[in-house]
Ligand binder design. Structure first.
Ligand SMILES: N[C@@H](CCC(=O)N[C@@H](CS)C(=O)NCC(=O)O)C(=O)O
Length: 220
C-alpha cells in the first residue's frame, strides 16, 4: 500500500448512502479523512466552486491531496483502492480484482439500486398519504430476491470469503432495510450477514447512521 502523506477530503452529508459507502471504505482501509458537510439541508452543491469539482452537483466528492476532484462513489472507491488497497480487501492479481469489481458493480447497480429508489425513496422519502403501497411491496420483494441471490453466493462470512469491496456495495443499504418500518421477509442468511456487518466498527460508525431527517413530511 502507498504511504498516506496527503490529506483526503470528502464532501457530503453523513446521511447520504453514497457518501456512507465511501466513508465506510476509507475506514476499512484505515485511511484518515476530513469530511465537509454538503448536500441535503447543508446545500452548497450549486456554487461555482462546487460545480467546478463536481459538475453534476451531487455528493460525494473526494480529493486526495492536490489531485483532481473525483465524483461518482464507485469510481472514488476504485481510485482509493488503486492507491491504498491491500489484500484481502483489494487482492493482488487482475483476476481476483476483476471478480470483486464485477460483484461490486452488481451489488451497487442491481442489488442496492433495487432498494434505494423503489423502496427507500418510495416509502421513507415520500409523504405517507402519497405512498404507492402496492408498488413499494413489489419493490421490496424484488430487492429480497436480489438479496437472496447475493446470500446464496456468499462463501462463508462474506460474499467472496474475505471482506471486500463487494460487501461494501451490498451492505451499505442493509442498515436501512433492516430498520425501516416495513414488512420485511429477509432471505436465508441475510440476517446473519447483517449481524456480521453491524459488528464491524466502521459499519457502525459510517452506515448505521440515523436517517430520520430524510423522512418526508406531508406537503401542505
Ligand atoms: N451515481 C452517483 C449518485 C450520487 C447521488 O445521487 N448522490 C445523492 C445523495 S446519495 C445526492 O447528491 N443528493 C443531493 C443532495 O444530497 O442534496 C454516485 O454514486 O456518487
Amino acid at each position: 500500500m502507498e504511504e498516506i502523506t496527503e490529506e483526503i477530503t470528502v464532501w457530503g452529508r453523513a446521511t447520504s448512502s453514497n457518501v456512507q459507502a465511501v466513508l465506510w471504505g476509507l475506514a476499512e482501509m484505515g485511511l484518515p479523512f476530513r469530511r465537509i458537510d454538503a448536500g441535503g439541508r447543508f446545500g452548497g452543491l450549486d456554487t461555482p466552486d462546487y460545480r467546478a469539482m463536481n459538475p453534476p452537483g451531487l455528493i460525494p466528492t473526494v480529493r486526495i491531496g492536490d489531485g483532481p476532484a473525483l465524483f461518482e462513489s464507485a469510481a472514488i472507491l476504485r481510485a482509493l483502492l488503486a492507491r491504498f488497497g491491500d489484500p484481502p480487501f483489494w487482492p493482488d492479481g487482475p483476476d481476483a480484482r476483476a471478480v470483486i469489481d464485477m460483484w461490486a458493480e452488481w451489488s451497487k447497480h442491481t442489488l442496492a439500486a433495487s432498494f434505494t429508489v423503489p423502496v427507500f425513496w418510495a416509502h421513507w422519502r415520500t409523504p405517507e398519504a402519497e405512498r404507492d403501497t402496492a408498488a413499494i411491496e413489489k419493490g421490496l420483494r424484488r430487492f429480497e430476491r436480489n438479496l437472496a441471490l447475493f446470500c446464496d453466493q456468499c462463501r462463508g462470512d462474506w460474499l467472496l470469503g474475505d471482506f471486500s469491496l463487494a460487501d461494501i456495495w451490498a451492505g451499505h443499504v442493509l442498515y436501512r432495510y433492516f430498520t425501516l418500518d416495513l414488512d420485511r421477509r429477509p432471505p436465508p442468511g441475510a440476517e446473519a450477514y447483517y449481524d456480521r456487518l453491524a459488528a464491524r466498527p466502521a459499519y457502525g460508525e459510517h452506515v448505521m447512521v440515523d436517517y430520520s431527517e430524510l423522512k418526508a413530511v406531508r406537503r401542505s
